[in-house]
Design a protein around this ligand. Structure first.
Ligand code: ATP
Length: 366
């Protein structure tokens, strides 16, 4: 998925700091979110993603810096005057009201006629796939349906930005995956900016045009999913986005943004050093995604490089098999999809194997 960079900016953070008493919850947030973008704030519990979302909504003041929406500073602008609307984790729908009353709740003070408001409610329900559900009692809905009601209630107010705070976390896995697809479709249909808070990296990767990965009140990397996956800027980001093998390395030479390293078990390899140039005298590590490695059977030849090893452990997952392979001095995990090696037997612990890898899939970290 690519996202065009020429879209206008919808949200801008300028050196945003937030203190709760002595606690420094946001530590200099900078970055922009584009109009019409599906953007995620991703990070472990307590990293500050909800706080950052709430500073956009106006539920939380900031200690210094600026938050701009649509090029306007939000300083002193109360939540109800911002062009944003929030969908909460708990949905916060009113169980004693009908679905239509819930969805139309924000239109209480709207000067439009009753009939016009009813039409707006029906439109919003149709948008979220709940056409004809207006008369139902809200308490009788399933989790997924409640979530849709909460979305319809937010969308009816036609915000420029929809803020979603872990909206799917209360749903079971199957429903969550279904709603992820529904949310992507909905965002494309309505075209407004969606900002999602999640601690689930897969959810963020699947849904987002771009993601800000946060740790300890800071944005560690802001990029599209593919860049985060292929070119993480730090070991911490690499480890949070999926799984990565880290292999110790020694720098042999450096020139023109390229570094030649001796990576334990893998041997000599030339790598791009523009993201994190190694510091002289320090030992860098080389990162390899388990999915980029494969095992060679019998007469198969590696298209690029191969290294001999011994299977240390095998974990069988049905369509995937994870192998720990000892490469002499280091262990790497190899994840093999059975689709890529159809009809091949699962290897036993102790088997000698050849691991194929590609230098272009390696990432160098300090
Ligand atoms: P989670 O996924 O657990 O919700 P988060 O990344 O959204 O985590 P925040 O809720 O933004 O994290 O909280 C960031 C930090 O600020 C946490 O350490 C939290 O304890 C602290 N914090 C949040 N709200 C307050 C508050 N009102 N008063 C004091 N500390 C707070």
């Amino acid at each position: 998925m690519t996202f065009s960079d020429d879209k206008p900016t919808m949200i801008e953070f300028k050196d945003v700091h937030k203190y709760y008493g002595d606690y420094h919850a946001l530590r200099g947030i900078n970055g922009t979110i584009k109009a019409g973008e599906f953007f995620s704030l991703l990070g472990p519990s307590g990293c500050g993603k909800t706080t950052l979302l709430r500073t956009i909504a106006g539920f939380e003041g900031i200690s210094s810096g600026a938050v701009l929406i649509d090029s306007k500073s939000m300083e002193g602008v109360p939540a109800n005057e911002r062009p944003t609307n929030m969908v909460f984790q708990s949905y916060a729908i009113f169980p004693h009201m009908s679905v239509a009353e819930n969805v139309g709740f924000g239109l209480r003070k709207d000067p439009r006629s009753k009939a016009e408001k009813a039409r707006a409610v029906e439109e919003a329900l149709e948008m979220v796939g709940l056409k004809g559900y207006g008369g139902r009692a809200a308490h009788a809905l399933s989790g997924g349906q409640r979530q849709r009601v909460a979305l319809a209630r937010a969308l009816i107010l036609k915000p420029k930005v929809l803020l979603l705070d872990e909206p799917l976390s209360a749903l079971d896995k199957k429903m969550r995956e279904h709603m992820q697809v529904e949310l992507i479709k909905l965002q494309r249909q309505v075209g407004i900016t969606f900002i999602l808070v999640t601690h689930d990296q897969e959810e963020a990767l699947v849904m987002s045009d771009r993601i800000a990965v946060m740790f300890d009140g800071e944005i560690a990397q802001l990029a599209d999913p593919e860049t985060l996956y292929r070119r993480p800027m730090s070991k911490k980001v690499a480890d949070f986005i999926g799984t990565m093998n880290f292999v110790p390395a020694t720098v042999l030479s450096e020139a023109g943004g390229q570094v030649e390293v001796e990576a334990k078990g893998l041997g000599r390899v030339m790598l791009d050093a523009t993201i994190q140039p190694p510091i002289k005298g320090e030992s860098p590590v080389v990162g390899l995604r388990p999915e980029t490695l494969t095992l060679l059977y019998d007469d198969q030849k590696a298209t690029e490089r191969e290294t001999e090893g011994v299977v240390d452990e095998v974990i069988y997952f049905g369509d995937m098999t994870y192998y720990d392979v000892y490469l002499g001095g280091t262990d790497v995990e190899v994840r093999l999809s059975m689709r890529n090696v159809p009809g091949r037997p699962i290897l036993d612990v102790g088997s000698k194997v050849r691991v194929a890898w590609s230098p272009s899939a390696l990432v160098l970290f300090r």
